[in-house]
Design a protein around this ligand. Structure first.
Ligand code: NAD
Ligand code: UDP
Length: 324
């Protein structure tokens, strides 16, 4: 096993962050989780709260943070359109001020730092599949811009700190990822469809349902983040991480209905503004640089995710947050 490190995970009480903390603790590291609990919760990390190598701090990354660590994974930021559009100014601050604060921390303690960037930096793409050298097509003034442009600016800051201060940086462009511990009211498509199907409520397909996404199971994604962090210092990214198998939202809806055995029907609803038409990662760089490719087929990942939401079915939480 590698030497135990002190690792900071911002957004560590969220969906991806909690799995990342768990993986790093499992490898014997000391993990400090920082979160303001906007979309994350203590429940996500409750099963390792008493691990002596784990520490949780309630903190907003838009304010400076002083801790001593060897590595930083910067995940703090709401990822669901519903949540990041709730307070768009705070979303931009989280990405931009959060990046400045975490990069400043990394500079002071000479830590290696990884940024959880996103496929949203490609916007509504003109090239397909998306490669890392594509600069993207992003609306700078729309309802998604607080997230997309905030993440783009964070990438700029990461590369300026790399050029200017020789900081050791890693930038991962994460494509749609799903799995257990997504909130029932998260608002993203997989959790919405599963919650609706389990309650035999109409499945809300936006637009015609012909828009596509490529869905990566959480375990695969976390493995990609950890492998990227472990690469040599000359590997900065940006590197796409996602599952390249592409589905239309209508195909996804039908698959969820089949796997849950639901009586739900499909209800077509208006397409949100600036909703990207297609999304598929080219993962050649991740394969080449650290031999990573996802292993979990959508059908298998969905089965595990459905089992998680089924366990919530009887709980008050799921009934009170039934998807609109
Ligand atoms: P999530 O909403 O479950 O987790 C985000 C976490 O960040 C939450 O715990 C939230 O409370 C915390 N947070 C938000 N603002 C904060 C702030 N100002 N200070 C401290 N903590 C704050 O979302 P997720 O899916 O786990 O996403 C994690 C990261 O990965 C995000 O940066 C997101 O942009 C990125 N990402 C995720 C996906 C995906 O499909 N899941 C895709 C692309 C990028
Ligand atoms: N979507 C949908 N029904 C829902 C939620 C989302 O049809 O109940 C669609 C949405 O319009 C988009 C796709 O599913 O085309 C993925 O949406 P999500 O919010 O999960 O992620 P993102 O748009 O950020 O990729």
């Amino acid at each position: 096993m590698q030497r135990a490190k002190r690792i900071l995970v911002t957004g560590g009480a969220g969906f991806l962050g909690s799995f990342l903390c768990e993986r790093l603790l499992g490898e014997g590291h000391e993990v400090t989780c920082v979160d303001n609990f906007f979309t994350g919760s203590r429940r996500n990390v409750s099963h390792f709260l008493d691990n002596r190598s784990f520490e949780i701090i309630r903190h907003d990354v838009t304010f400076p943070l002083y801790v001593e660590v060897d590595e930083i994974y910067n995940l703090a930021c709401p990822a669901s359109p519903v949540h990041y559009q709730f307070d768009p100014v705070q979303t931009t601050k989280t990405s931009v001020h959060g990046a400045i604060n975490m990069l400043g921390l990394a500079k002071r303690v000479r830590a290696k730092i990884l940024q959880a960037s996103t496929s949203e930096v490609y916007g509504d793409p003109e090239i397909h599949p998306q490669t890392e050298d594509y600069w993207g097509r992003v609306n700078p003034i729309g309802p998604r811009s607080c997230y997309d442009e905030g993440k783009r600016c964070a990438e700029t800051l990461f590369f300026d700190y790399w050029r200017q201060h020789r900081l050791r940086i890693k930038v991962a462009r994460i494509f749609n990822t799903y799995g257990p511990r997504m909130r029932p009211d998260d608002g993203r498509v997989i959790s919405n469809f599963i919650v609706q199907a389990l309650q035999n409520e109409p499945i809300t397909v936006y637009g015609t349902g012909q828009q596509t996404r490529s869905f990566c199971y959480v375990d695969d994604l976390i493995d990609g983040l950890v492998r990227l962090m472990q690469t040599d210092d000359d590997v900065t990214g940006p590197i796409n991480l996602g599952n390249p198998v592409e589905f239309t939202m209508l195909e996804l809806a039908n698959l969820v209905i089949e796997l849950t055995g639901s009586r739900s029907t499909i209800k077509f609803m208006p397409l949100p503004i600036d909703d990207p038409k297609q999304r598929q990662p080219d993962i050649g760089s991740a394969l080449h640089e650290f031999n990573w490719r996802p292993k979990t087929a959508l059908r298998d990942g969905l089965a595990k995710t459905i089992a998680y939401f089924e366990s919530l079915v009887s709980s008050k939480h799921l009934r009170s947050t039934a998807a609109e």
